[in-house]
Design a protein around this ligand. Structure first.
Ligand SMILES: Cc1cc2nc3c(=O)[nH]c(=O)nc-3n(C[C@H](O)[C@H](O)[C@H](O)COP(=O)(O)OP(=O)(O)OC[C@H]3O[C@@H](n4cnc5c(N)ncnc54)[C@H](O)[C@@H]3O)c2cc1C
Length: 474
């Protein structure tokens, strides 16, 4: 019997998980097409100044036992257990995240804390009439004052939009179950509220060689099982007959036949390969956009700069949104320097996206001086890394165009969309891994698992026993 030919676009966590799951059956041949020369996508790690670093902070967490097992099987015991410390920098002060009562009171002062409390009471007594934006969602849950301090500035830097224009799906997928009651329990008890919110866990497992170690191991397993990688290559055209994809032409001149296509590349890029003539659909593609990240890595001749794995910067005057200290992930004693990365965000059409490396290095230096964490004289080296399409932008109104694209994809019988950019969904690694595993299961067991149910706020956070076995309807 001839093997089913399966093409996977993108070698990030989603694409690799799909490919490896498929190769557990002898009935599939798998080709993975990847634009870059390495695997791991946004979760890759690379060597810098003799150490492994990630593209910003990458903490793995999943409430799904199957995903945890899948991920830890690829770690092969090479991990460290990290005691999580992350803080928020606001008004020249550091706040523990998760928030701690005494710390908040001490930093904000008694009167500001009381004002937060009354702002919360106010919104309880006079609830908002409509809740359609991220801002309205947070204000309705926590009160405006807390929103202004702990949500507004960071979110606006990240998305480049006023919070009133950010869709509430962002909240639904990230902080839905984090209620004021939960914050208060945590504030009051610290240790009393043992069953912490899923986003607030105290410890996490981290691969010794960075987040990408898991994906490098997946690549080795895929190759060992007969899978093929085509690197530094993108798809140029997709041939469809009726409602079935037949073949894909690649930028390296190859034409590959295909029985099934699994795509984790940005949904908008994929749709451009379909020669869409429908004006409405073409318009829907235009309406979806992604946010880019610029990372500034600094080599600093100083140890123990700060103890956090990363710091959120909630100060509008500081351009960086987050600063990661790789020293606090895997301890590196005796090397005499620290590696920090400062994160900046912009859109492809923004002037900032085309600014020079020196522009960004200068900005990181100014931010460092403002923060007062270390003297800029101690910076020994730097590296600027630009990541295009790092976050799908949940701008209000994005759901309709996305639904149009999803509906079109469902009409093609041998196409499955997976992954963060592939599904235009704010996935973490675990969501993308799960989508990849389930897409493979749909092919191997002829199931109809609805992959769009993965990373759907409510259900996802409430229970590890999520039922994904639903019909393919949107
Ligand atoms: C700064 C930052 C911090 C993050 N922190 C965390 C964290 O703490 N914890 C966590 O779990 N997750 C985190 N994430 C999210 C995590 O990186 C992603 O969820 C994960 O990598 C998504 O996997 P994916 O396979 O869906 O997509 P990707 O990782 O984006 O992989 C897609 C792959 O497709 C390739 N590709 C793109 N276009 C084409 C094309 N046209 N042809 C061929 N190949 C193409 C890309 O090169 C890439 O290799 C973070 C992300 C960022 C940006």
């Amino acid at each position: 019997m001839s093997k089913k030919k399966i093409v996977v676009l993108g070698a990030g966590p989603a694409g690799l998980s799909a490919a490896l799951s498929l190769l557990q059956s002898d009935n599939c041949s798998v080709i993975v097409v990847e634009k870059e020369s390495a695997v791991g996508g946004l979760s890759k790690s690379f060597d810098l100044w003799g150490k492994k670093v990630d593209l910003g902070p990458h903490r793995f967490f999943s409430p799904d036992s199957r995903v945890n097992k899948w991920w830890s099987d690829r770690l092969k015991g090479h991990y460290v257990l990290v005691n999580r410390l992350t803080r928020i920098f606001y008004k020249d002060k550091f706040f523990y995240y998760p928030l701690k009562l005494l710390n908040v009171l001490a930093q904000l002062g008694f009167f500001e804390s009381i004002a937060i409390f009354f702002s919360y009471v106010k919104v309880r007594i006079f609830p908002l009439r409509t809740i359609q934006s991220f801002e309205e969602w947070v204000v309705s849950k926590f009160g405006r004052r807390l929103f202004n301090i702990f949500f507004k500035s960071y979110s606006e830097k990240l998305w480049g939009l006023p919070c009133s224009t950010i869709d509430l799906d962002f909240a639904a997928q990230r902080i839905k179950k984090l209620t004021m009651l939960e914050i208060l329990k945590d504030l009051l008890g610290g240790g009393l509220n043992r069953k912490k919110h899923k986003t607030l866990v105290d410890q996490f497992v981290y691969p010794e060689k960075g987040a990408g170690q898991v994906y490098d191991n997946m690549k080795s397993e895929i190759v060992a099982r007969g899978g093929t990688f085509v690197f530094d290559t993108v798809p140029c055209q997709i041939e469809i007959e009726g409602q079935v994809i037949k073949s894909i032409s690649l930028s390296n001149g190859q034409l590959i036949q295909c029985d099934e296509l699994i795509s984790s590349i940005p949904i908008t890029d994929l749709f451009k390969l379909f020669n869409i003539t429908d004006e409405k659909l073409a318009n829907s593609i235009q309406q979806l956009s992604y946010r880019n990240t610029v990372l500034v890595y600094l080599k600093i001749a100083q140890k123990s700069i700060f103890a956090d794995q990363w710091i959120y910067v909630h100060v509008p005057e500081i351009h960086a949104g987050r600063i990661t200290n790789f020293e606090n992930w895997v301890s590196r004693v005796g090397d005499g320097f620290s590696t920090l990365v400062f994160e900046y965000w912009c859109n492809s059409q923004d002037k900032e996206w085309n600014e020079s490396d020196s522009y960004y290095i200068e900005m990181a230096k100014q931010d460092a001086s403002h923060l007062g964490l270390f003297s800029v004289d101690k910076i020994e080296d730097n590296l600027v890394v630009r990541i295009e399409k790092s976050y799908p932008i949940y701008k209000k109104g994005y759901r309709q165009p996305l639904s149009d694209l999803i509906a079109f994809s469902h009409r093609i019988s041998n196409l499955q969309l997976i992954g963060r950019n592939g599904c235009f969904k704010y996935n973490n690694q675990d969501h993308s891994i799960l989508m990849g595993i389930l897409a493979a299961e749909n092919i191997l067991s002829e199931k109809q698992i609805n992959l769009w149910n993965v990373n759907e706020g409510d259900e996802y956070h409430e229970s590890a026993q999520v039922n994904y076995e639903e019909s393919r309807s949107v």
